[in-house]
Design a protein around this ligand. Structure first.
Ligand SMILES: [Zn+2]
Ligand SMILES: [Zn+2]
Length: 307
């Protein structure tokens, strides 16, 4: 049996936010307000990823929210299709090898191609940070403008701010499949990129981890999580060539591989809470999406089928 790593051996997953902004850069809410709002929405951890300024701190007195160290890095893009390349950079604690300082600031700039951006990513990785490719929709980067970047652990499938303000980055599954079909092992996240207060707490990850930054980073690297804007995925595994999923009440469940049209199962009289699908031979991985009756989605990470 192959069980997706989010669902091995832990009943309660951690709810986490990976991308938000505050008045430390161009966000509307103070760090205190943004932290408080996430606590009120049941989050266990949050990365405060202001533009090019690193943060480890929990600014809200008495807050129990775990702060995942991080920031957002960027470059404008001059030659390759697209207008910019943005990356969320999150890492472990200082004691566990994070090379950045509290409030360390970084310059912006321009690059001609993704190859010219690679040294920026390399610098983040050398400082033990995990990187997430942000909002390919809003950045107007077709996959061929970011598909050669090395070392990203994940990419954004959903970005609340871009959805609300630009109707972009609602579901970047096709870009994700393109990378997966190239053999890249890259995970999918939902984030808010909240700048306005109304953009926070609408897209998150559920992580199979102890509640400590270093453990969370390792779980994110391992793909031991799923992304959601609402639905709960309870289990996802493949056994004897059949994929099985269990979830909260859904209007539709879809089993996906990038090389064939997705296999979608729609609820009939009653909402779905589970589904199974016999995998075609051609599948090299399978992942599942769950859609609730309000149209909100959750995305599992892929199970690779060892072909
Ligand atoms: Zn950005
Ligand atoms: Zn951002």
């Amino acid at each position: 049996m192959l069980r997706q790593q989010a669902f091995t051996g832990r009943e309660k997953l951690l709810k986490g936010g990976l991308h938000c902004h505050t008045t430390r850069s161009d966000g509307v809410g103070t760090p205190e307000d943004v932290i408080r709002m996430h606590e009120e929405h049941g989050y266990d951890f949050l990365a405060i990823t202001d533009h090019r300024i690193y943060n480890y701190k929990n600014f809200l007195p008495g807050s129990k929210l775990t702060i995942l160290p991080g920031m957002e890095m960027d470059r404008g893009l001059t030659d390759a299709p697209g207008h910019c390349l943005h990356t969320v950079s999150v890492g472990p604690t200082r004691e566990d090898g994070n090379g950045f300082e509290q409030d360390q600031v970084f310059p912006s700039g321009r690059v001609a191609t993704q190859a010219e951006y690679q040294p920026v990513l390399d610098m983040l990785h050398e400082n033990n940070n995990l990187t997430i490719y942000c909002h390919p929709g809003w950045s107007c980067t077709p996959t061929r403008s970011f598909d050669q970047l090395q070392g990203d652990a994940a990419m954004e499938l959903w970005n609340t701010g871009c959805v609300q303000e630009n109707n972009m980055d609602l579901n970047n599954e096709r870009d994700w499949d393109e990378l997966l079909l190239m053999g890249k092992k890259i995970w999918g996240v939902a984030t808010d990129d909240g700048h306005r207060m109304a953009s926070h707490c609408l897209g998150w990850v559920m992580v199979n981890s102890e509640n400590h930054p270093t453990a969370i980073i390792q779980a994110l690297r391992d793909g031991a999580f799923y992304a959601s804007c609402g639905p709960v995925i309870r289990d996802f595994y493949v056994e004897d060539g059949v994929a099985h999923v269990a979830c909260s009440e859904a209007g539709a469940i879809s089993f996906n591989w990038g090389g064939l049209p997705y296999h979608r199962i729609a609820a009939q009289e009653q909402p779905l809470t589970e589904a199974a699908f016999t995998l075609p031979d051609r599948y090299t991985y399978v992942r599942v999406t769950v859609t609730d009756d309000q149209g909100r989605m959750a995305w599992s990470n892929p199970i690779f089928l060892n072909k």
